[in-house]
Design a protein around this ligand. Structure first.
Ligand SMILES: Cc1cc2nc3c(=O)[nH]c(=O)nc-3n(C[C@H](O)[C@H](O)[C@H](O)COP(=O)(O)OP(=O)(O)OC[C@H]3O[C@@H](n4cnc5c(N)ncnc54)[C@H](O)[C@@H]3O)c2cc1C
Length: 388
């Protein structure tokens, strides 16, 4: 806990003028451009390229990229605001923007050489989608047990292996791929490589058919003697574990943002529905039992938002945030599941059908407890900090 002896500090939820305007413009964009497509994108499990182009035009695909590279030159907190606002309408769009900013661009900014930054950042700000490929069929929570290998041959790196469940796999042109170059050294052999779509030996495989966030692509990646230049190493050889840990620590704040946006969206739909729906001669919103359930849900969402915003503000201020980020992810994903479940209940039969938006948000909420570190893994992080 830090102390401050002068004037009162602003509240965590107090936004600067710039942050407020940014948030409002993303919310307005989501209502205008995303909302009409939500059902179709869920049913077809696809995000239209025209919408992706609009996300680039909007400036939400390169939020932290400095203006000198064509980005918005904004903060991590802006990324959180964008992911939250988009997820209020569609968490699939939320995670597309989240992976782009909090994982891929974040890693390029922190670990990329000047050459890498010059080569990729202007593209990432304008047209190129990124993906982050760590998990494999045999190594999810135990990510560093990966079986993908890279070996140096004739001045190039040759990658062999398979990645699984890679978000944005279908749309991405740039992939951060983790492979072990020296298995005898354990995790100290792990190295991060930049692999472009179209590189010989690299194919995007099967796309998963999922419970939720169906429009977001989740794909297998295959590497069969995939040769990449020496300069494709992101950070140092053998330091890929640091790239992975540090980006995921930040990335999970973005998942927290996705979860609070999703829960807020479900809550707003449900408040409107309960005011409209009449039973026993009055709006169901007039029953105290219903009002109190909604009041409790709103309290949960606000508490989760404070954890998410605090983690993001800590990160932007270069203060330790590891425990807070783990807390924000576990809490906000549990809140999202609880709140969307209540929202389905309060819609009655209509909550169970696809004509109303809460059915989808309930399905979408489940992923929050699984990706970027399951809830058990977050509890491990928190308890290590508590008890050593
Ligand atoms: C939709 C989707 C998108 C994804 N996107 C990406 C992506 O873009 N990039 C990427 O690299 N990966 C991605 N993933 C993979 C995701 O990060 C993993 O699925 C996740 O880390 C869990 O790994 P696992 O599935 O192997 O589960 P496992 O590790 O097998 O876990 C199964 C269960 O065992 C528990 N468990 C495991 N180890 C322990 C332990 N030590 N203590 C207590 N409990 C434990 C877990 O908590 C979980 O409940 C995505 C997955 C999905 C479903």
């Amino acid at each position: 806990m830090t102390t401050h002896s002068h004037a009162a500090l602003p509240a965590l939820t107090t936004l600067s003028d710039d942050e407020r305007l940014f948030r409002e413009s993303v919310l307005e964009f989501a209502a205008r451009e995303v909302r009409p497509l939500v059902r179709e994108m869920d049913e077809h499990a696809k995000i239209p390229r025209t919408l992706i182009d609009k996300l680039f035009d909007m400036g939400v695909m390169g939020i932290e990229i400095p203006e000198s590279y064509g980005g918005a030159g904004a903060t991590f907190f802006h990324s959180v605001l964008a992911v939250e606002a988009l997820s209020q309408v569609d968490p699939s769009i939320g995670v597309l923007v989240d992976v782009q900013n909090t994982l891929v661009i974040n890693a390029l900014l922190r670990w990329g050489s000047d050459e890498i930054k010059r080569r990729y950042l202007p593209k990432m700000a304008t047209a190129t989608i990124g993906a982050y490929a760590l998990s494999e069929a045999g190594s999810g929570s135990d990510a560093f047990a990966m079986a993908t290998r890279a070996a140096e041959r004739d001045g190039e790196w040759v990658i062999n292996g398979r990645k699984l469940w890679i978000t944005n796999g279908n749309e991405a042109d740039l992939f951060i791929v983790f492979a072990n170059v020296n298995p005898d050294a354990g995790y100290r052999g792990i190295t991060a490589f930049l692999v472009e779509r179209g590189t010989p030996g690299f194919t995007v495989g099967k796309k998963e058919d999922k419970l939720g966030i169906r429009a977001s692509s989740t794909c297998e990646l295959l590497f069969e003697d995939c040769r990449v230049p020496r300069a494709s190493v992101l950070g140092d050889v053998g330091k890929g574990y640091k790239v992975a840990i540090e980006t995921l620590n930040e990335g999970r704040i973005g998942i927290g943002a996705q979860m609070i946006g999703l829960a807020q969206g479900a809550l707003e739909h449900t408040i409107a529905y309960t005011k409209d729906r009449k039973q026993f001669g009055k709006a169901i919103a007039d029953f105290q039992a219903v009002r109190h359930q909604l009041a409790r849900a709103a309290t949960d969402v606000e508490a989760a938002r404070l954890l998410v915003y605090n983690s993001a503000r800590l990160r932007d201020n270069h203060l330790p945030f590891l425990t807070e980020a783990a807390m924000c992810k576990i809490f906000s994903s549990e809140v999202a599941e609880r709140v969307t479940s209540l929202c389905v209940n309060l819609h009655g039969g209509n909550g169970f059908v696809k004509d109303y938006p809460v059915e989808k948000l309930y399905r979408d909420a489940k992923i929050g407890q699984i990706y970027e570190g399951t809830s058990n893994l977050q509890l491990e992080t928190i308890s290590k900090q508590l008890m050593g």
